[in-house]
Design a protein around this ligand. Structure first.
Ligand code: FES
Length: 147
């Protein structure tokens, strides 16, 4: 194992421990650490940004074809709850029609996360609000390719 990989792994272990102590499930922590849907899409059809009352910001990128979300990525400037929720949400809307994605509920995201601290429930709400705003803007033609 390289020295750098060892440092990264040790870091991830201590972050995991810290988050378990704060009330995050193992699964939620893995979403937070992997950040697999974090980023942008250069050819996005819709880019939408939303800042929550807490000051955390999410920017979603969606590729839409024939009313279906072909791909989705998201940039998150925020807490572990925000990052984990956003990663889950992208998994849940990718491949779905816009109408199906409109029916995404906060509880759907929570079920995948399994557990996050009570005071972090609003991070899930911010995530779903960002998704719903992106769909609305896409359908109304507002904010397309813009923030
Ligand atoms: Fe703002 Fe989590 S604290 S989204």
């Amino acid at each position: 194992m390289s020295e750098l990989k060892q440092i990264i792994d040790t870091d991830a272990d201590s972050i995991r421990e810290l988050l378990i102590g704060s009330g995050y499930s193992d699964r939620a922590i893995t979403y937070y650490l992997d950040k697999k849907n974090m980023g942008s899409l250069p050819d996005a059809d819709q880019i939408t940004e939303l800042t929550g009352v807490c000051g955390d910001t999410m920017k979603i990128y969606m590729k839409v074809e024939d009313g279906r979300i072909q791909d989705a990525r998201i940039q998150v400037l925020g807490c572990p709850g925000a990052v984990a929720s956003a990663m889950v949400a992208m998994d849940l809307i990718r491949g779905r029609t816009l109408d199906e994605a409109k029916r995404l509920r906060d509880g759907d995201i929570f079920r995948v996360l399994e557990q996050i601290p009570d005071q972090k429930q609003h991070c899930i709400r911010l995530t779903n609000k960002t998704v719903q705003k992106a769909i609305e803007e896409y359908e109304s033609g507002n904010g397309r390719k813009g923030a």
